[in-house]
Design a protein around this ligand. Structure first.
Ligand code: GRF
Length: 184
């Protein structure tokens, strides 16, 4: 299939990069302009480089005006936060209104923020994944896709461990990230 020229994606990462890998697997159809990482040693950076995708490294103290300028220069018009562990300031979100998506490992609005998997595992709720628009308030924007990964019944009946739950969450994350970059 011929690569769609639009949208022009920037994928933001901080670590492992399993969600980034899902996007890169579709590189023939998806136009990934740049991978932005706040860590030079993130395995996702090596993955991107191996596939010839440009990487833009941002330091510990992020200059968000510079990030904005860099993305505009590359004519990026869509951002995916695929495991990006830093807070995005409101002024940046305002400039990219309705153009930033995030994947979060819980059924938002339940369990926003850090340790979402552990917190939902230890609750009486189902576990799942959400892809949502990013607003200045953390994990609070409009939901684009949401999918249950494990119902409480699955978890209890099959005595699923936290590690097993994490694997299932990761599988569902990758499915939804794919949905979002192809159709979002
Ligand atoms: C994912 O669980 C994502 O939802 C969360 O951070 C994790 C990153 O995983 N925000 P990866 O770097 O894509 O493997």
């Amino acid at each position: 299939m011929k690569r769609r020229l639009e949208p022009r994606w920037a994928i933001f990462i901080s670590g492992r990069g399993s969600n980034l890998q899902t996007v890169l697997d579709g590189i023939d159809d998806i136009n990934v302009i740049v991978v932005v990482s706040n860590s030079a040693s993130a395995p996702g950076v090596a993955k991107a480089r191996r596939m010839g995708v440009p990487v833009f490294l941002i330091g510990k103290k992020i200059d968000w005006d510079e990030v904005h300028f860099e993305l505009k220069k590359r004519r990026v018009n869509r951002i995916f936060l695929a495991g990006f562990m830093r807070l995005i300031p409101g002024s940046f979100v305002e400039k990219w209104k309705d153009q930033i998506l995030n994947v979060h490992p819980s059924l938002l609005p339940e369990f926003p923020g850090m340790n979402a998997i552990e917190n939902s595992f230890g609750s009486s709720s189902d576990m799942g994944v959400t892809v949502h628009y990013v607003t200045a308030e953390m994990d609070a924007g409009e939901v684009l896709f949401q999918k249950v990964a494990l119902t409480r019944n699955d978890l209890d009946k099959n005595k699923i461990s936290l590690d097993e739950a994490k694997i299932e969450i990761s599988r569902v994350e990758q499915f939804l990230v794919r949905e979002a970059v192809y159709h979002g």
